[in-house]
Design a protein around this ligand. Structure first.
Ligand SMILES: Nc1ncnc2c1ncn2[C@@H]1O[C@H](COP(=O)(O)OP(=O)(O)OP(=O)(O)O)[C@@H](O)[C@H]1O
Length: 926
């Protein structure tokens, strides 16, 4: 028959794609427990201490008494995947070929050769899936799809077993379910899930019928009537059974329906699924419970199945134990056998579902998809541990409930059901493609505590190999040993001896079997103990490394605190220094902006310099230095008085806080001050021999330049200037005010007296003279002019230029001396320049003539308060003498016109005349 079967197998198409999922040459996965290489090339920043993983995982672990293998292969098993091919649906075969099709289908799957039965060839075309051998199937696309979509025939291999359409329920149970049942009876949890497209026979495989009971009824029989089986315990037991379904009513969300006797609907909002667990003590009760639950299950008729399941159904068989008082209770973290009948995925095109059915289809398909995603993610994670295990389980209630299985922590078995018809090619192909990789999924044989009855999971996540087996020994029926009370910390050997002793006392006949169990328990305890010790060692190393790191950081902290302290001190010092510098800078700025300088240049016998700094009128400094013959007498009234010795130098500091009037008197008989500047103060310089040559007073500036014999005595008090020229010299006074907008000069008087050579150049600019012109002034001026004319003293003043057409001006000149009183309340610029004697005389003569004849000259309107004029007889005499000389004046004749403004500058200064005058003066002196 087998040969016939081989011969009658459908002829494979020309091209075959083999999907064996050959094991890849996986990259060497880094072992998490391998000792770290000292040649690691990962980046290490210079200043950052690397995480002390070396210290933590250093080889102290090997000192553990019982070394634990890193990943013992015996703790991992592949999940088992079975494939069951449902008999072809005879009703769907066309009426024309119905008989042939049915026979052909069966004969094909039975292995009947098509050559012997030509009629069956037609039926072969209706089948797309054929069983190649006990572990593989060949899926051939329909002819029309081959042409249009170029789909090739595929071979799916590697199943634990493939059940053809003739397979019996008992066969399926023996190969699929019985190992699970045996493990369950032995204390291991397990889960089997039937998955496949709608109508492919999942429910039939799980539940079956009265005539053909499925794997669940057969398992119950095995569990309760295990006396005849090899692997079962001879002890009669009772079990709790829970049966519920997860259903989505009209797409409103998932809900859990308890299918037990008096079960009620459970809200899907519950964080835990607490279904009623019915205690059953025999198989009849169990089957009855299951049958009633199935009657409650939500089913509906679809195009694909007359009684299609519309929900995911889960049945749990939970082990129990008897207490000392004879009560039965669930074994804490005991074994649970779960059977899951998933609703079949549906294609709306094929089923033609609408309305409620369509909503149910969506829910069913979505749950199937999430289930598949979980398994695929688990597979990828196991292939590449770096790839995180995705939490797809959160996307459906079913996968939440089965999380432990879908994360490979518990034993899982899959049975795929498919339909072999050509119409079902797409569904079958989809399922096979999706599920064939699942064969490589591994699960841990070391179980965690069950979470099915108590789905709230522990948070602790340890490597799978380190998960301790916390299974407790089940209570044997005949014995009264309460293993639950055994201390887990007890050493396995002692534990073994104690249990052995108890067993010998209570049940001598079962000693051998119990010893077997004890050895199993002992092994688990050893594993647990080793894992615990390794964890302890790792924690110890971790704490040591952490301690070292903390010590280092403490030292660094102390060091940094010291540095911080020193830096703070430095900072304070720098701040103090900065303040000092700022102070100095402020002083310098003030000096630059407001400081005044008093410079004294000595004549023949030495030189001197005086600097005056004034900051806000609080500090005033005068420095005078002269090596040869400095200022002998420097007086600062109301302040500091410095007297210099003939050959020494003088440095004086003067503070003036409140006084606004500052007076400096410098007197030196031999080498007087040549250049003196004093702002906002009063300077009085007197020198009889070599008087001040150049005197500048800013903001009340007075310039005096005398070439031969300069001003002997220059006084300016309260804005009062008094310049007296020496016989052979000339003087000029200039007053500038730049910043002050209002400058009042009252009673301004400039007096220049020189008997021999009066002031030649006198300038007074940018000042305002608030002096109301008075008629008396004019009269006095007239009188003065008249007097001077009478004395012929006016000849010395050659030129007077009044640059500003100020309304008020009064100029008076005398023969040998000149006294000028300026009063201009409205003018800002007033300049009086004496050019030469001739011009002055002419101007004065002109002014006098005009004033006398018309009385309407500019001088007419001059109102001068307190006019002060003074004629010096010595000067007049000198001018007389000069007039008698036959001097050739190179100056051009004045261009005339009224007022001094019509005279040009060229006529003011005549070098030849001046030289001549010098010669004359020297001759006169000599
Ligand atoms: N191996 C088989 N032998 C005989 N009949 C079968 C077999 N498998 C399935 N059937 C029949 O096919 C029909 C559909 O089967 P079943 O209800 O188990 O499909 P299903 O996969 O559970 O579908 P759904 O997902 O829609 O619930 C049933 O009438 C069942 O008796």
């Amino acid at each position: 028959m087998e040969e016939e079967g081989k011969d009658t197998s459908p002829k494979c198409p020309y091209t075959i794609t083999v999907r064996r999922n050959p094991p890849r040459k996986a990259k060497k996965t880094p072992s998490t427990n391998a000792p770290p290489s000292s040649k690691s090339t990962y980046f290490k920043p210079k200043d950052i201490r690397p995480y002390p993983i070396d210290d933590i995982l250093k080889c102290d672990v090997s000192q553990a008494p019982t070394p634990v293998p890193v990943a013992p292969p015996e703790n991992l098993e592949s999940i088992r995947v079975f494939l069951r091919v449902r008999p072809i649906d005879i009703r769907k075969v066309s009426t024309k070929n119905s008989d042939v099709a049915a026979k052909g289908a069966r004969s094909k799957l039975k292995g009947v050769s098509p050559k012997r039965d030509l009629k069956k060839t037609a039926i072969k075309k209706e089948v797309c899936l054929c069983v190649t051998d006990s572990q593989s199937v060949t899926l051939a696309p329909p002819a029309d799809m081959q042409d249009t979509r170029r789909v090739k025939t595929e071979l799916y291999d590697g199943f634990n077993h493939v059940f053809d359409s003739d397979s019996l329920q008992k066969d399926v149970y023996e190969k699929v379910m019985d190992p699970l049942v045996c493990d369950f009876i032995a204390g291991k949890s397990g889960m089997i899930a039937a998955m496949g497209p709608t109508g492919s026979g999942k429910t039939h495989t799980v539940f079956g019928s009265a005539r053909e009971p499925g794997i669940l009824p057969l398992a119950l029989r095995k569990i309760f009537n295990s006396s005849g089986n090899n692997c079962s315990s001879e002890l009669a037991r009772s079990y709790y059974i829970s049966i519920f379904e997860i259903y989505s009513e009209r797409g409103k969300g998932e809900k859990i329906v308890d299918l037990s006797l008096d079960g009620t609907d459970l809200s899907s909002q519950q964080s835990t699924i607490k279904c009623q667990q019915v205690l059953v003590t025999n198989v009849a009760e169990a089957e009855s419970l299951i049958a009633r639950g199935m009657l409650k299950r939500t089913t509906a008729m679809t195009n694909s199945n007359t009684q299609s399941s519309r929900s995911q159904c889960i049945i749990n068989i939970i082990a129990t134990q008897k207490t000392f008082d004879g009560k039965v209770e669930i074994v804490l973290n005991g074994p649970v056998l779960s059977i899951v009948d998933l609703a079949g995925a549906e294609r709306s095109q094929k089923t033609g579902n609408q309305g409620t059915r369509l909503l149910e289809s969506n829910f069913i398909n979505n749950t199937s998809m999430v289930f598949a995603q979980c398994l695929r993610s688990l597979l990828e994670h196991q292939k590449n541990p770096k790839k995180q295990l995705q939490k797809h389980f959160q996307n459906s209630l079913l996968t939440k409930y089965l999380r432990d299985y879908l994360e490979g922590k518990k034993r899982m078995t899959l049975i795929l059901t498919v339909k072999p018809g050509e119409d079902d090619y797409v569904d079958t192909s989809h399922l096979l493609r999706q599920a064939s990789p699942y064969m490589k999924i591994k699960f841990s044989t070391v179980e965690e505590p069950s979470t099915l009855a108590y789905p709230k999971r522990a948070v602790e996540k340890l490597p799978r190999i380190e998960q301790p087996k916390r299974r407790k020994l089940r209570e044997p029926d005949a014995s009264e040993i309460d293993e639950a009370k055994i201390d887990n910390s007890e050493h396995p050997v002692l534990k073994k001896e104690r249990i052995l002793k108890q067993l010998q006392q209570h049940e001598p006949l079962n000693v051998k079997k119990e010893l077997h169990k004890i050895s199993h328990s002992e092994k688990a305890c050893c594993t647990e103990l080793a894992g615990t010790k390794r964890r302890e060692q790792i924690l110890l190393n971790f704490s040591k490394a952490l301690w070292n790191v903390l010590k280092q950081y403490k030292q660094k902290l102390e060091h940094s605190e010291d540095e911080n302290q020193s830096l703070k001190e430095n900072l304070n010092m720098e701040r103090a220094r900065c303040l000092e510098l700022e102070k100095e800078l402020g002083l310098l700025k003030l000096n630059d902006s407001h400081g005044t300088q008093l410079v004294v240049e000595d004549s023949a016998l030495g030189s001197g310099a005086a600097e005056i700094y004034q900051e806000k009128c609080t500090i005033f400094k005068v420095e005078v230095s002269d090596e040869c013959s400095p200022v002998k007498d420097l007086k600062v009234e109301d302040h500091q008085v410095v007297e210099d010795s003939p050959l020494g130098s003088v440095a004086a500091e003067i503070d003036d806080e409140k006084s606004t009037i500052f007076k400096v008197e410098v007197s030196d008989e031999r080498s007087p001050v040549k250049d003196l500047k004093l702002e906002d103060h009063q300077v009085e310089v007197s020198d009889e021999c070599s008087p001040v040559k150049d005197l500048k007073l800013e903001d009340h500036q007075v310039e005096v330049s005398v070439e031969c014999s300069p001003v002997n005595d220059l006084k300016l008090e309260d804005h009062h200037q008094d310049v007296e020229d020496s016989p052979l010299g000339s003087g000029a006074a200039e007053i500038d005010q730049e910043k002050c907008t209002i400058f009042k000069v009252q009673n301004l008087e400039v007096e220049v007296s020189d008997e021999r050579s009066p002031v030649k150049d006198l300038k007074l600019e940018d000042h305002q003279v608030n002096s109301a012109p008075t008629q008396s002034m004019n009269q006095e001026f007239k009188a003065f002019i008249g007097k001077e004319n009478a004395g012929n003293d006016i000849e010395n003043l050659k030129h007077v230029d009044i640059k500003d057409k100020s309304p008020n001006q009064d100029i008076a000149g005398a023969g040998l001396g000149l006294s000028v009183l300026l009063s201009s309340p409205h003018s800002k610029v007033l300049s009086v320049t004496a050019l030469n004697e001739e011009a002055v005389s002419e101007t004065l003569a002109h002014n006098i003539t005009e004033s006398e004849q018309e009385c309407c000259s500019p001088l007419k309107s001059v109102n001068v308060q307190k006019p002060r004029r003074r004629l010096l007889p010595a000067s007049s005499l000198l001018l007389k003498e000069l007039n008698t000389l036959d001097l050739e004046v190179e100056n051009e004749e004045p261009k005339g016109g009224r007022g001094g403004k019509k005279f040009t500058e060229e006529r003011i200064l005549s070098k030849g005349g001046v030289s001549l005058l010098r010669l004359l003066k020297s001759n006169v002196r000599s």
